[in-house]
Each structure stands twice: as structure tokens, then as C-alpha cells.
Design a protein around this ligand. Sequence first.
Ligand code: SF4
Length: 294
Amino acid sequence: MHFNGPIVRPQTDADSLFIEVTVGCTHNSCTFCNFYDGYRFSVAPISQIREDLEEAKAVYPRVRKIWANGGNPYALATDKLAEIGKLIKEYYPESRISTYARVDDLTRKTVEEMRYLKECGWEDLVVGFETGDDTSLRYVNKGYTAADILLGCTRLEQAGVDYRMIFLGGLAGKGKCEQSARTTAELLNKLHPYIMYLNSVSILPGTELYEDKAKGLFQEAGERELVLEFATLLENMNNDIYIFAAPNTTPFSFFMDLQPNKGKIVSEMRAYADKMSARDEKMSAQQRSMRRSV
Ligand code: SF4
């Protein structure tokens, strides 16, 4: 198998067959991210994808889930994506293909293109939208606005494409996370992703956000504030959605249907925040700073 860049995928897709489709990210400029440092965006040659599928098929004749690897393969031109989707389906017609998309990959495609791509196998996208707060989006240089998130995801819904979203807590900075969570919930209540992943930002050496923090330009939220941000976000969401939280990105571990469980999980989060001592906050912050993911 060819992997010319890192394999990055949601926790729930760890059991998928990974096929390299692109390397790197077209944007590669979010100030907190170092996933693809040193990798220029490139597309895997069709011959390489075919070779990998041949190799995989010999070992795994039937595969249910395929993760099309790369920072944002959905950025590719519609014709190219169609060709790749059809190729994967030639080997694994029964599989579900999932991949990452940036919001601007969505706003650059029409509903008709998305519908056609779904027919070619691109039926499940993961969108790292991070937050619905425009100030934070601008500050970390995401390259799109909350209005773009609404536009792009609404197009996916019109095309009948399933999608999941990734929330990144802490981007608003100290003292601003709960308001940012309320703004994000307002946006999410207009959308219908089927899973949302709760993540929190780790300020990693070598990133611009790390430099900002060192210069005092960005004040990192404490662990208690991060937990309250999650609680406020979930409390204000009316979506029929599953929420995934993993212990490597939050102090919690659950995968739950939000609405029937909202009261319970929000109370548990608030109780957890209330009993956090200064020592707990320090330890939790240390653990988070050691994480290698954003
Ligand atoms: S966070 Fe996502 S969009 Fe931003 S640079 Fe990293 S991979 Fe690219």
C-alpha cells in the first residue's frame, strides 16, 4: 500500500480500509494545525490507487468501510473524484466511502455535482468545521465563515449526502468559549449532520497559535472552561444527532444519541467542571498539551 503522507481519520473510522487519494491539505494554513506540515497537496495517481485496491482485495475480499485518505480529497475536481469513486466501487461495490472535506470544497461544488458524486460512491463526508463563531474562524485562519458552513452543508443535505462534523473547543480563547458555544449551537441547529465529534484544541509547538500564545496574543482557556464550553454547546443543540467524545481529546468517553441523553450528559459535565480543583485543571492541561492531534 502507498502512503506518502500521514493517515488522519476520525476515531470511528479506525477499522476502515485506508486508500490514499490525496496527500496534504489544500489550505494548510490554519494557525493551530500541523497535521500536514512539510507535505504539498498532491493527488494519488490512478495507477497507484488501482494497485492499492488490487493489493487490498487479495487480502480483504469484502470491505464494508473505506477511508479515502488525505487532508481534503473532496477538494478534487468533480470529474477526478468521479473517476476515483468509480474505481473504488469497481473493487468494493458494497463498501461505503468516507473522506474529509473542507467547507470551501463544499461551497465550490453545486448540488448537482454533489448528487453525481454520491452516485459515484462519495456518500459520506467528514467536515472539520471547528466552530460557528466567525471571530474564532477568522483568528485561526480557517479560510471560511459561518455563512459558508451553512451554505456548504445545506448543499450536501440537498444532494442527499451524509455528513459528520468535528467541533474544536477552545478556539475562542479564555473567557469567550461559552458564548462561542452558543453561537455554534445556533448554526448547528440549522443543519443535520448525523455525528458530531467533540474535540479540543491542543496548542502545539511549531504552530502559529503556539507563537501567539507565547507572545501573549492568545490566552488559552482553562480545562474547566473547555468542559463548560462542551456542556453549553450540547445544551443548546436541538439536533437529532449522535455525539462522539474520546478521552484523547476531551475528559470524556461516550458515543450517544444527544436528545434522549442531553440532560444527563450536560449535568455530568457541569458537575465535573464544578469539582475540578486547580490541581485537576493543571494535570488535565498537561495531558492535553502532550497530545499530538489538534
Ligand atoms: S485544520 Fe484541516 S483545513 Fe486546517 S490546515 Fe489542518 S488539515 Fe487543513
